[in-house]
Design a protein around this ligand. Sequence first.
Ligand SMILES: [Zn+2]
Length: 283
Amino acid sequence: MKILTIYAHPADTITNCGGTLARHADAGDEITALLVTHGGRIHANRYAEEWRKADRAQEIVDAGLTEIVDHKKHELERAAEYIGIQKLVTLDHDDTLAAVNEDIVEEIAEQIAREQPDVIVCDYPKNPVMATDPHTVISTMALAAIARAGSYLQNLDGRAETTIKQVFFTALQATANDALTHYGVRNDYFVDITPVVGRKVAAMDCFDSQGYSGLFARKLIESANGEFGRSAGVNFAEGFVRLNSETHALLTVTEAARAADPLTRHVTYSQLDLRAAFPVRTD
Ligand SMILES: [Zn+2]
């Protein structure tokens, strides 16, 4: 299988679906991560915090766009290695991006046509009134690009249509164990990342310049992936919402559902102590 992830900022790929990608890499699947902005402004802790100090490191306060973007790319490349992402495509738009842009939709569509993925993973496009949220803008463009790549015509565009089999959305802050607890769209597809959670920690530790290393990496995984894990009945999970309905030959029961034991579910859920297993580096 071939997976293409489309995210606003470099670290988004790791925080939202890094564990899932690691499992797919282990399964021999091809993974390309597309980053629409260079992420130079998002969580620019390394630079902004330096300016708050009385005694500043000249190299950091002197850093311009090229240095800042290169530094973040280096962090992303190291993170991708831990996860097993084979290819990174960075479009390097400024992360002030606040509106849908036709040219960028076309750029993303061309990448989709080039990569020919079976599956796309991107953020759930939240309420568009939140125009300050670049993730919504990027996902809106990703969906438009999927439609555009699907309508490429050899006669007009010199290339054939690309049909995406499924889109998995991340970052929707709604989860439940079942279809009745609350109404509306919710994460109802979970990937157990417990076997690879150490790689997600290591990958997040790479994003030192934005303060994602150390305690934040562990806190985010314990809380967000822990909460998805509670719904999924495993230590740590990543949650997804599917765009397309699924067609099966028969009604299915997953392996996890067959193995689930309601009596001990909460105990096994709590087994892995993340901070003890993957302590914050002090070197
Ligand atoms: Zn982001």
